[in-house]
Write a protein that binds this ligand. Structure first.
Ligand code: FEO
Length: 662
């Protein structure tokens, strides 16, 4: 045992020295003492503050906080740390009650932050014979916080020094930067107990039960524990690791932190050691995705909602979404320490990065976050730069990687290397979905471990699709006073009881939007007698520019109030939509039939019949090259059809044209 006592030089002396009386005063207050025995002769003499709103005047703590103190009633009495002013009355009442008239011999000062030392001066007044046991760095801080006469009042200790108080022998373990440079821990080899200062503590007031095994410690406390650790000592992972290494050589059976529950079961000790091991090594605590976004008008948020849904659909179970402008930054920091993958999405703002996101990322940098996988999505209406700026902050963080490993190889039209995964111009477009899906797939494989099923592909001849029996139908809808109709070729019966049908409609059609909005439609079933101009009328022009029912000789409406087509049809069916399925370019509407009437005995028109008998045939002309639309028969004359050519009638692209040469 190495005991060291040092007479601290006369630092500050006052004429009315509190030691004048020469014995402990131990004043009693009127508060009710609240001490709890934690071993044969050790008492918890702490208190909780539920009125505090901001810890260190910066961290919101809605569940309050406890300031733990421990009093050892051995041959010599020893108090571990003092307390915040807010609980001073309770603290002194507890000590006086526990001492029950005995003198206080030692106060071990493990940490000089005022939440544990604010009442030190008053303690010295109340107990003038008490000796402060602490290290030289802490003494320096005592002289900074207080003007005290410390002559003969300090017993200095250093790494490995011990203090024996009778039954107990305490060994001091220096733990610089867990949380301040003067911090030390104390190991009691008699009861195998570690007084751990700030380490292993947590926010949250203690509510009667002071032991971790008396509360739902690993579930209900872990969020506060993480927020406490990451924001307070998150930056000092190396120092925490060094302290954990020292702790490994000790037989610790109980941990007594300065905040939060006392940990005394092997399971709870393993739990908190594992958390500290991961947090201090900057290893992700869980595989999952944090989506941190900023959004000025909801467009970036909408894109992130889509991304979250895609991730969920790909089997990612743990997704945490946060609006950085509306979430306390200390929670954002804690969550960043928790998850393995972080998606950042933010608008460009005054030619820079959206402020709350910039602040959040700089906070991560200052907390030394490492080893995260990033995905970066920017938004900008005219000159997007937010992605580049986000990347500039997170890329230098040690162990940063980007989910999209092919990113570096991608270049924009100007040949510049891209630095972001996805650029939104004001809002996300359907055409960007494949790009987002690529990112989602990459994340899902890493987080959920699910490889997208590789399907063996053979040759796909598009003509085979036409061998399926399709009909041709006029789909009609009505919204407000407007009637409209279009041609569709996909409609099938799904069930007979109830009678349900399914139709598939291209999203570019106005009728699509009207059905989606009203949930009602009529289907008029065309016959083989249908002339081409009927197909052209409903199929090759838009209701947005033409009133397709303007020249109707008569109006035929079904019970649901929608028009149907009485001529060149053999039946109509009215239906009420019960479900929609988004399939990319089209929406599938599943609907219950509400009315169905036969109109004639003519044969239904099939797509094949239309192709063979109704669609105009284009004759070859000597010396001329023509391009004929296979869908509607539109003819384009010219040697080459431009790659981006769109059929002006049916809107199909170049791939649906065939070349006719004379
Ligand atoms: Fe609980 Fe660093 O103070």
């Amino acid at each position: 045992m190495k005991e060291c006592a040092l007479l601290v030089k006369h630092l500050f002396t006052t004429s009315d020295s509190p030691r004048a009386g020469g014995k402990n005063i131990g004043l009693k207050n009127k508060a009710m003492e609240n001490n709890i025995k934690i071993s044969e002769d050790i008492y918890w003499v702490g208190a909780s503050d539920r009125s505090i709103t901001l810890f260190e005047n910066v961290l919101p703590i809605p569940r309050g906080v406890s300031y733990n103190n421990y009093l050892v009633l051995d041959e010599k009495t020893t108090l571990f740390d003092t307390a915040d002013h807010a609980v001073g009355r309770q603290f002194f009442e507890n000590i006086a009650a526990a001492l029950n008239g005995r003198r206080l011999d030692y106060v071990v000062v493990q940490h000089m932050e005022p939440d544990h030392c604010a009442t030190l001066e008053e303690l010295l007044v109340r107990y003038p014979e008490v000796i402060i046991v602490t290290n030289s760095k802490a003494v320096q801080m005592i002289t900074q916080f207080f003007e005290l006469d410390l002559v003969d009042r300090v017993q200095l200790v250093a790494e490995g020094d011990t203090l024996t108080t009778g039954r107990h022998t305490f060994t001091f373990v220096m733990a610089p930067m867990v949380h301040w440079p003067e911090v030390m821990l104390t190991y009691d080899s008699t009861d195998h107990l570690l007084f751990s200062a700030d380490a292993f503590g947590t926010f949250g007031a203690l509510n009667g039960n002071i032991f971790a095994d008396e509360v739902n410690y690993t579930t209900e406390w872990v969020d506060d524990m993480r927020r406490y650790y990451t924001n307070i000592v998150g930056k000092y992972g190396v120092q925490v690791q060094a302290t954990l290494k020292k702790a490994q050589s000790l037989d610790i059976r109980t941990i007594c932190p300065l905040h939060g529950p006392i940990i005394r079961t092997a399971g709870d000790i393993d739990f908190i050691l594992d958390k500290y091991s991961k947090w201090s090594a900057y290893e992700p605590e869980e595989k999952g995705v944090m989506i941190a976004y900023g959004s000025m008008y909801g467009d970036t948020e909408a894109a992130m909602n889509k991304m979250a849904a895609l991730l969920a659909a790909r089997g990612v179970k743990h997704i945490a979404m946060y609006d950085v402008a509306r979430t306390d930054e200390t929670l954002l920091v804690a969550e960043a320490f928790r998850w393995s993958h972080i998606v950042l999405a933010a608008p460009t703002y005054t030619n820079g990065l959206y402020g709350p996101m910039e602040h959040f990322l700089n906070d991560l940098k200052s907390h030394n976050l490492q080893n995260r996988s990033w995905c970066i999505i920017e938004n900008g209406s005219w000159a997007p730069v937010s992605g580049k700026l986000m990347r500039a902050i997170v890329e230098p963080l040690k162990g940063s990687r980007f989910v999209n490993t092919a990113l570096e190889a991608r270049q924009n039209e100007a040949g510049q290397t891209l630095t972001v995964d996805l650029t939104l111009k004001s809002s996300m477009k359907a055409s960007q979905l494949p790009q987002m899906e690529q990112l989602v797939d990459a994340i899902a494989v890493e987080v959920a471990g699910q490889q997208k099923e590789e399907v063996a592909m053979g040759n796909v001849d598009p003509k085979t699709i036409f061998r399926i029996n399709y009909g041709l139908y006029v789909l009609t809808a009505r919204e407000g006073d407007k009637d409209n109709g279009c041609i569709i070729n996909t409609a099938v019966q799904l069930t007979s009881t109830p009678l349900q049908i399914m139709i598939s409609v291209n999203k570019s059609n106005l009728t699509h939007d009207m059905v989606l909005s009203t949930g009602k439609f009529n289907l008029s079933l065309l016959t083989e007698q249908t002339p081409m101009n009927v197909i052209q009328h409903f199929g090759f022009q838009s209701g947005r520019t033409v009133n397709k029912f303007a020249d109707c000789e008569s109006e035929h409406r079904s019970v649901n109030g929608l028009l149907y087509v009485p001529k060149y049809t053999n039946a109509f069916i009215s239906a009420h939509v019960i479900k929609t399925v988004d399939v990319g370019t089209h929406t599938i509407f599943i609907a219950e039939v509400t009315e169905a009437q036969m109109l004639s005995d003519e044969r239904s028109l099939t797509y094949a019949y239309y192709q063979e008998n109704i669609k105009p045939k284009v004759a070859a002309t000597a010396g001329k090259t023509k391009w004929v639309c296979k869908v509607c028969g539109y003819v384009y004359e010219g040697d080459e059809l431009p790659d981006d050519f769109i059929c002006p009638w049916c809107k199909h692209g170049k791939e649906d044209f065939e070349r006719v040469t004379g």
